[in-house]
Design a protein around this ligand. Sequence first.
Ligand code: DOR
Ligand code: ZN
Length: 424
Amino acid sequence: MTFLIKGVSLLGGEPTDLLLRDGVVAEAGTGVSAAGAQVIDADGLVALPGLVDLHTHLREPGREDAETVETGSRAAALGGYTAVCAMANTEPVADTAGVVEQVWRLGRRAGLVDVQPVGAVTVGLRGEHLAELGAMATSAAAVRIFSDDGHCVSDPRLMRRALEYVQAFDGTVAQHAEEPRLTENAQMHEGEISARLGLTGWPAVAEEAIIARDVLLAEHVGARLHICHVSTAGSVEILRAAKARGVRVSAEVTPHHLLLTDERTTTYDPVFKVNPPLRTGADVAALRQAVADGVIDAIATDHAPHTVEDKECEWAYARPGMLGLQTALPVALEVFGQQWDLIAERMSRAPARLAGLDGHGRHPATGEPANLTLVDPTARVSVDATAQASRSRNTPFARMTLPGRVVATFLRGEPTVLDGKASR
Ligand code: DOR
Ligand code: ZN
């Protein structure tokens, strides 16, 4: 099918027509016409390169009651994404070529976004022995990012070995920075509110200590390190100094850490329980500044679906994690306003570069792969937890009204979302 998008604003620029044919942008300009094309009136809409998520939990294999590759892919497409990196903490863990290939195939079959599997760093995420990183890298899934996310690779010797190993094929180790001895039984951010509520705290230094150590290890080895879900002002300062020295480190922040604070914990609603925890207003301000100035490279969702049984229970027993795919762009627009170039950089171009996804994160220009999303920036949408495409409903943004509605998403020229609805 050929699509002619009429009068769309490319990243906030002048109205342009885009002709999508054979998977690419065949023509971009004004007064474009094409016989037989399906015309989309995009007056007032903004086109962005398709969003790319570095950090998605799709839960398949093993926890299909919380999410599947297909339902998570649909949530992603509806959120404006054309590619997601699927985290390895599935059951079984994605620590072999067999499991990463399975996830990759399921992604292809769903066909709604490109699903790029992340491989585990250690066998079973147990932090004892390195997983078969080379076999995952040379598998059909061509894994480039390795992470034990959900767990920290806390043993410094193992972390060093992992960095040395992935350097051979310019891979990346993505660290969930949490010194486990400092977060035993932790329930929320350690600070004034945890003291008042009497809940065991998760101190900022537990994150910062691991980032400081790993930056030094990455510098020593010369390998690429990525820091998942950075949540504190202190972490930002460590990253700022490391980047200034030329260390090959990149970092992401989640939408929830950019908008919400530990104040939410006073509700005892487990929908606000997440790891790392929601932090203070000062941390939120530092994270926003780091996104603006580039110390933080990417906004990544950490989309973490959980079933009602695992989430809607007492705070102490609830699993940590929040949905993110369908609300990330509205949250980014709420926080940063219509800074289209910044949003495209942090939510599409930089993550595509970091994940090595060549067909993604490209400006919608003639000859480029037609991976793009069309947004109505003036729409304001109230988030409905029961109307998520995800199989789970644990969104912390429920009942909030946020700006921006994804009207259409195209993956290689084919619509995965049209008129705000999933096409499959
Ligand atoms: O809140 C979280 N949920 N943080 C993680 O690191 C893992 C994730 C999950 O898998 O649910
Ligand atoms: Zn994590």
